[in-house]
Design a protein around this ligand. Sequence first.
Ligand SMILES: [Zn+2]
Length: 612
Amino acid sequence: MSISDAGRLRIRPFDLKDVRLHDERILQEIAVNRRHLMALDPDRLLHTFRVTAGIASSAAALGGWEAPDNELRGHFTGHYLSACALLAAQTGDPAARERGTVLVAGLAQCQAALGSGYLSAFPEELFDRLRAGKPAWAPFYTLHKIMAGLLDSYTLSGNTQALEVLNGLAKWTERWVQPLGEEHMARVLEREYGGMNELLYNLAALSNEKRWLELAQRFDRQRIYEPLSAGRDELKGLHVNTTLPQIIGAARGYELTGERRLREAAEYFWHTVTERRTYCTGGSSNGESWNTAPNELAKELSGYTQECCVTYNLQKLTRQVFCWTADPRAADYYERAYYNGILGVQHPSDGDKLYYVPLQSGYWKLFGTPLADFWCCTGSMAESFAKLGDSIYFRDARDLYVNLFVASEVSWREKNLRLIQETHFPAADTSRLTIRVRRPTQMALRIRVPYWTENGSAALNGKHLEGFAAPGSYFVLEREWHDGDRVDVTLPMRLHVATMPDDPTLQAVMYGPLVLAGKLGTNGLTPATLRAPPTPPRQVPEYTAEPVSAPDIVAPSADVASWLQPAGRSLEFRTTGQAADITFVPLNRIYDERYAVYWKVRRATHAGAPPL
Ligand SMILES: [Zn+2]
């Protein structure tokens, strides 16, 4: 019997190599990330691995969480491998692929020198401590990043040496885990371990070896799954980014084994988190945890909200849920996270990434100091900005789904079909989809109609189509497609508010899928306070200046248009009738200045005005 997800996945995303991006902003983001990655010296990325393996290295050590005394060291090199492989697949860039090859060869040399299959930038002693219940930061978390980087190097770049190194590490892991009884292993799993289960499930599917499936199951954290599969949200108090990869692992476990309980846990988790524990941005977590009951977020605004790794992992889980369900809510969520949680967290000048997206008014985006941060999020965001073409398009056995409106094209090789999407979204609300086929092809084109649009419409070859779909569903165009057929979709965007579930006077403004942020100036901000100081072991970035308070908004009516109007420039808005008017722009365009996303909105008090 083969280990396969074939029976469970009715929809699949297109491979990155089949999607080419044309959007100017997105291409710019990819280029900035690429420069950031390529500027890193492979010898420095390998330095602590070599030291651990007893191989001479004269390279300068990296700083931050990659420093030689940091127990997470080596994690970024794992992310780096993934990012190179993703970038090579997304853009066809031979230099990114070559960089991956160099690093894999360096890691293989370290593994060979160690001789046991083990490979890490820290000695095995950390795993001894983990086994003994003594302090050690998160050894399996780090190992997972390295193993995932190796797996991506193999699956996306065809690097067979990476697969050999990965197999050696998997065998070492098997030997480490096997002697542990259930209770002992459950204690080990209390320490953050990344997505070890997901990784091993993926290796099982790739190799069709049952031993990896069994090893993956040892990393399934039943204590977390049980309440979720019973439909109970007991997430309060949990560390968000420890939990999320474990759920992604459960989701992958379902896909390979068909175990319904795992799917139920993952699906319930997805709903409760994306519907009741996320901000308008799609982000979740405050101080890295869920500190409250569901739908209690008004007091959860700080400078440390929305860890970027959380958005990364929520997108991954959302992609899985979409592949099971084709649920337009999953596609809506993915877009929300794409525009407000991913875009905007990379500094355009040097590609440095954010750790948190602060949502307390008056803060600013606190980027790191290059070479002195290497936070978890530096790694996950290096990957996100290398795969911005992911989840734009999906397919099932016969139909094509257009989920995101990003100028791009997709090739469906088996059908000899190409779809070209021309759009200036989100600056414009139209998108032209042109089909290129060798011969007439029967297929349904499923075009997402987002929740945020009103009065959408479509035309086929210039002719208006009746029966456009409602917001929050798909417009399905089933026909025989001829070469050059074109569909013009119009999805009007409007201003609307996103209110805090537990405080309706606390409101954010959105335009289409974009969260708008009010610009609060740069008072008290200097080049030094805009960047986090170098990050010592186990520390997170800290602000070195105070936030300012944002003024309340006085609203003549419940309609946001009564106090916010287009300001002339694309996607720019300006308040009206306030003591001091404020300019609003998409959150993903704000850098190096203070801003506010959530506002206290008071209804103007005049005779006859109803209370809010
Ligand atoms: Zn992180």
